[in-house]
Ligand binder design. Structure first.
Ligand code: IMP
Ligand code: ZN
Length: 345
């Protein structure tokens, strides 16, 4: 096969740091989940994926459909397995999944978390080339009591499975509640050794953005509305890496074109940036596609893409030894790619 950009990116060992489980269901996964729940084909699959442009509100509507299908531990396990398989098929070698523990009439939040963790453990033997971690999400739309439960679950399961549960995420509708409502929960998680990867600056709310940046976190999701010099200084001084989800931001209408994406500015300034999918099922994308778009839009060479992958490992919540292992895979690939004289421009 003639090496070209597509092949180079597809085969490159990749690192995904921002992927919500219930937003990462392909049509095939939705079919399987529908079969499991209803014993029939998913009539609504098209409803889930049929869109060309949506705003943040439409996006949240789409999660409801996935949530209806994952209302038992068995379905959560099946969904998680499919997501891991899909990332593995895209040659993702390190994956941080995030998900919101959810109680339904058929499942407790604890059973939800266990279903995800058990699946991650099971996949270690089935798919040994992908390393998977879990970030426990807190949904801003839910009550503070619910957020406290999720924080407590993150702490409990990080103690039981320190190799898997690595952090806490704050996500959900960014217009809901105040960031300060969640500070005590996030502080407790941080004090107990968990990393923080929080959605921040998804909507224009400079007061909240400032207070979040002052509070600090390890990584920040989106950051579309981080614009002022003061905010960029806080980001830099607090060493906060940026998770950039190009297609998610485009389809949600918060950036007009790929070229306008703030990735360009932060990357140019040498700030730690990571390309991520966010919800590859909802936005019909893959990590390879996102890297391809980044390469086309921002003129990234094969070397730049390899560097981005290394940067992603650096920003990950893996241990030192785990990072070394992933670096080894990327180094080997970079060497073989040079051998093939892969030119991607
Ligand atoms: P889950 O946590 O596995 O159920 O994944 C879906 C959930 O992730 C949604 O209900 C939202 O709470 C959250 N989510 C996914 N994408 C976004 C985003 O772009 N902004 C904020 N929250 C998001
Ligand atoms: Zn997200």
């Amino acid at each position: 096969m003639k090496p070209n950009k597509e092949v180079f990116i597809k085969q490159m060992p990749k690192v995904e740091l921002h992927a919500h489980i219930n937003g990462s269901f392909s049509n095939e996964t939705l079919e399987k989940l529908s079969q499991l729940k209803h014993g029939t084909s998913a009539k609504d699959t098209e409803k889930y994926n049929l869109f060309t442009k949506l705003d943040l509100h439409d996006g949240f509507e789409k999660f409801k459909y996935a949530h209806e299908l994952t209302d038992t531990p068995e379905a959560v396990a099946l969904g998680t397995e499919c997501v891991i398989r899909d990332f593995n098929d895209d040659n993702v070698v390190y994956l941080e999944l995030r998900s919101t523990p959810r109680a339904t009439p058929k499942m407790t939040k604890e059973q939800y978390v266990m279903a995800v963790i058990d699946t991650i453990i099971k996949m270690k033997t089935e798919l040994p080339s992908i390393m998977v971690k879990l970030i426990v999400s807190i949904n801003r739309r839910e009550s503070i009591e619910s957020a406290e439960e999720n924080g407590a679950l993150a702490l409990k399961y990080a103690k039981l499975y320190p190799d898997i549960v690595c952090g806490v995420d704050l996500s959900g509708d960014p217009a809901c509640k105040e960031f300060s409502d969640f500070e005590p929960i996030l502080n407790k998680a941080r004090e107990n050794g968990l990393k923080l990867a929080l959605h921040c600056g998804e909507i224009e709310n400079q007061v909240e953005i400032s207070s979040m940046l002052k509070f600090g976190m390890n990584r920040l999701g989106h950051g579309t509305y981080i614009k002022g010099d003061n905010e960029e200084t806080l980001l830099k001084n607090n060493d906060i890496a940026l998770e950039c989800c190009l297609t998610s931001n485009l389809l949600c209408g918060v950036v007009k074109t790929y070229s306008d994406h703030h990735f360009r500015r932060f990357y140019k300034n040498g700030h730690p940036v990571v390309i991520c999918t966010d919800d590859f099922g909802v936005f019909s994308t893959t990590l390879s596609t996102e890297l391809h778009i980044a390469s086309d839009t921002f003129s990234l060479s094969s070397d730049d893409l390899i560097k981005l992958s290394r940067m992603a490992i650096h920003c990950s919540f893996a241990s030192h030894d785990e990072k070394q292992l992933i670096h080894g895979k990327i180094d080997a690939y970079a060497k073989s790619a040079v051998g093939f004289k892969v030119k991607i421009h």
